[in-house]
Design a protein. Sequence first.
Length: 395
Amino acid sequence: MLLGRMAWRAVAAGAAVTSLALASTAGPATAAVGTGTRLSKHDPVIPVSATARGRTRQPVTAYIVNYLSSTVTPIRTATNTAGTAIPVGENPVAIAITPNGKTAYVVNAHSGTVTPIDTRTNTAGTPIAVGRDPEAIAITPDGRTAYVVNTGADTVTPIRTATNTPGAPVPVGSIPQGIAISPNGKTAYVTNQLSDTVTPIRTATDTAGSPIPVGGLPSAIAITPNGKTVYVINHLSGTVTPIRTATNTPGRPIPTGKDPWAIAITPDGKTAYVANFESGTVTPIRTATNTAARPIPTGKNPWTIAITPDGKTAYVADRGSGAVIPVRTASNTLGRPIPTGKDPWAIAITPNGKTAYVANFDFYSGTVTPIRTAVNKAGTAIPVENGPQAIAITP
């Protein structure tokens, strides 16, 4: 099992490994992830839009993180046109947008910084110093604090968004990777890969609670919309651990396929979908009983998942076939695969649910494929810069 940048090197060499394709998977309290989210098997992203409380009216924009170019490309969703790329720090891996839509925060892995972008002008602000090797980010529902996971420092850095100043780092477990914030904003949950634990952080005081034991190599994490259950993917164990947030106690592990990678939960909270990279399947989990339904075959190497706001369709990016497979959630049946570009890495869906944007990772000519969800057809690929691998869309 490859960890951190070792996994990225394997990707560069063409090995079959996976991503913060953040398995996506932060819950609805997260402004985005990013899935995004990092060029490693430990960056499962499912970008998630936050509520539009207090946001100013401005064009809905998709922000594409270009890992190899160290830039972010804004795409106007009304016209599917790309704007001028915005320089950020070295090797950006994740992005989150505040609930009011005014600021996008970009995590720069090799710089150890976070770059704030003013979405009204698409200009980058002064980089914010965080810890070593930052990999993931989540923003509280009130938009006041962004939490940055520092994989190389075993810490989480809180950033006050009003001033863009970092607070004291919060110690967590070994090799932290994924993060999700409860819908009430009171707790941030952080997966620790080598500790096989999840650390709850009290956001009111920025203090860590007792680690919660889960399975082997936990990474992707998601929270139900009602905030009652955290679901944690355990890569090595081939399971998902449910955690009751009222007591922070883990439940019985739920078996999935081989190498579970990404997770997304339907808006009604009834089903969690888990992408199993090596099995070529997606496992639906009934959250009422924490039981797995029959696996759904979804190509060769399903990598990340995004679900439409109406909850009717889950879109699964399959890196092995260069396509996105739609899954009808009412019946858990497949639609026709939608061809995208080379190596589809991340997916985000517009707040109105009309378009899914797919980042196609490429070393030399990255693109983003827009998919019209009403007909499940791909539009013309939008050129961006090199190595697009995370997406967030303004609310």
